[in-house]
Write a protein that binds this ligand. Structure first.
Ligand SMILES: C[S@@+](CC[C@H](N)C(=O)[O-])C[C@H]1O[C@@H](n2cnc3c(N)ncnc32)[C@H](O)[C@@H]1O
Length: 241
């Protein structure tokens, strides 16, 4: 079976690398990574901070953390808990990162507050968040097909999911409520899946969606580029202090 996580990691290297750049990750730093999952950007950060640095990865998904653990050394610690409950010494990290995770959390403001307490004064948080529905075909294309063939809950920007922090207004509101000041926001296009048959990918990530193969291929075809079928979208990279 295709390892969709590994494929996504390969396609999204530039997003992770840009996060390291924006966070100023360098040798010896102590970094907190929230929603680590299968290790982006934590594994890269661990290499960059080296043996004198430390990275702490937080995610309640134990299996993913076990996979990630195999790819790192002793300068990485994991906490298999929700990001609103991780343990920390106040002011002990120089940077916080979170790639495509804050929007999955039931209470992002509580998580952002906690992250702020964990950070040393002057440290920064770098988060990757998806942009608006119309700008993220990886989600909107299969969802539009699924909506024609089954009952889906209405689109919502106020529930956990990729749209939860998908506008600048929502980002400003939630980061502001947790005491962060936005320093920089940029947008990047990136693909997260590349496959001739998108059906397997949709069944893997959205098992309850009904997306007949022909309909899905027809809907995705406009996104073929240079002969390759790829779905992705616009991600925002947010730097806050
Ligand atoms: C789309 S994945 C991103 C994983 C990884 N950062 C990446 O970019 O590949 C979202 C991650 O958020 C994690 N997650 C969901 N709820 C969470 C919570 N309350 N606290 C921490 N992580 C959470 C999931 O387990 C999953 O690993």
């Amino acid at each position: 079976m295709t390892d969709w996580y590994a494929r996504e990691a390969r396609l999204t290297v530039e997003v992770s690398e840009r996060m390291l750049e924006l966070a100023g990750i360098r040798s010896g730093m102590r970094v907190l990574d929230l929603a680590t999952g299968r290790g982006e950007p934590l594994v890269r950060i661990a290499h960059r901070v080296g043996p004198t640095g430390l990275v702490v990865g937080v995610d309640p998904w134990m299996d993913a953390l076990e996979e990630t653990r195999r790819r790192v050394g002793e300068n990485v610690q994991f906490q298999a808990v929700s990001a609103d409950a991780f343990e920390f010494v106040p002011g002990s990290f120089e940077a916080v990162t979170s790639r495509w995770g804050l929007f999955s959390m039931p209470d992002p403001v509580a998580v952002l507050r906690r992250a702020r307490q964990a950070l040393k004064p002057g440290g920064c948080l770098v988060a990757a968040l998806w942009a608006e529905y119309e700008r993220i075909p990886w989600y909107s294309v299969p969802r539009e097909v699924a909506a024609r063939f089954g009952q889906l809950p209405p689109l919502a920007y106020d529930r956990p999911g990729p749209l939860r922090l998908a506008t600048l207004e929502l980002i400003e509101r939630d980061f502001g409520a947790a005491g962060w000041v936005l320093e920089h926001v940029e947008e990047r296009e990136c693909a997260i899946v590349e496959a001739e048959d998108l059906g397997e990918w949709v069944r893997f990530f959205f098992p309850s969606w009904v997306t007949p193969a022909e309909e899905l291929q027809r809907a995705a075809e406009p996104y073929r580029k240079d002969g390759v079928l790829r779905l992705g979208g616009v991600t925002r990279l947010v730097v806050a202090r």
